[in-house]
Ligand binder design. Structure first.
Ligand code: DGL
Length: 286
């Protein structure tokens, strides 16, 4: 693993006494989380790493995802950076690696599963909660466990919808292709009468908030009733605000961005989710 290099001008940008938050994801999708965190905590200094060289995590084994997640976290902290919290923006990494990361660091390490689960339980009245995410997230059963711990009677129905990641990366946030992909995943799934009782759906993948409108519309059309969409990005931003010192610092927070490959693509696709300033974007090798 190489140490952080070609660093953006951190010292000159840093807002003093503001919270320092490190965030990592398998790629650009976690910028939806960075965006929600920046909107909720505009004064916080954000340091983000997208592991674009090894994306996707969602099709890989739990062992590999955990190894990658630890390497990504270590790289973010490799220059001795002091952070107030580490956010695992990636649902897949959160579902596999959170216990190991929590054990490793003595500052708060937050994954997206818990905040998403809490919001879903609070929102559901039928007690039937849908989760859509990557194959690894769905196979991990992480949302089932988190929701069962909060509400033992809740029933969780999960469906892997991996193609939605590619759609978001293409910038196809809505339209006929997104509708067709969603119908292909959801029509057979929602034929089960128990699953058709869901009234709340967790967007269990970094990229899905970008497709929120079409996801809500297709669920409503297929079910005949609307569902509450739980955006894990907003949920974790809210949880951070509760847990951090000086969350309401008024200074403008600095943003440092790192990616493990393809900076131009990171800037182009990531820019769909969060403003990417090339001057603050650097390559890092894990
Ligand atoms: N960031 C991943 C997640 O939230 C989606 C992309 C991937 O598979 O790596 O699960």
């Amino acid at each position: 693993m190489e140490r952080l290099q070609t660093q953006p001008k951190r010292a000159s940008l840093r807002a003093m006494n503001a919270p320092r938050i490190a965030i990592f994801d398998s790629g650009v999708g976690g910028l939806t989380v960075a965006s929600a965190v920046h909107a909720r905590l505009p004064g916080a200094n954000l340091r983000y790493l997208g592991d674009t060289a090894r994306l996707p995590y969602g099709t890989k084994s739990a062992h590999t995802v955990t190894r990658y997640a630890v390497q990504a976290a270590e790289a973010l902290l490799s220059d001795g950076a002091q952070v107030d919290a580490l956010v695992v923006a990636c649902n897949t990494a959160s579902s596999c690696a959170l216990p190991m990361l929590k054990e490793r660091y003595d500052f708060p390490v937050l994954g997206v599963i818990g905040p998403g689960a809490r919001r879903a339980v609070a929102a559901s009245t039928s007690g039937h909660i849908g989760v859509i995410g990557t194959e690894r997230t769905v196979q991990s059963g992480a949302y089932e466990q988190a929701i069962a711990a909060l509400s033992p009677d809740a029933v969780v129905h999960s469906r892997a919808t991996p193609l939605l990641v590619g759609l978001a990366e293409e910038g196809w946030f809505d339209g006929p292709v997104a509708e067709a992909a969603l119908e292909a995943y959801l029509v057979p799934w929602l034929q089960d009468p128990a699953i058709a009782r869901i009234d709340t759906v967790v967007l269990g993948c970094t990229h899905y908030p970008a497709l929120k409108t079409v996801i809500g519309r297709v669920f409503e059309r297929l079910l005949g009733h609307s569902v509450v969409l739980v955006d894990s990005a907003e949920a974790i931003a809210e949880e951070l605000a509760e847990r951090l010192p000086n969350p309401n610092s008024t200074a403008n927070g600095a943003v440092e961005l790192f990616a493990t490959d393809a900076l131009a693509r990171f800037a182009r696709v990531g820019g769909l989710f969060f403003p990417v300033d090339r001057a603050n974007l650097a390559l890092i090798d894990l």
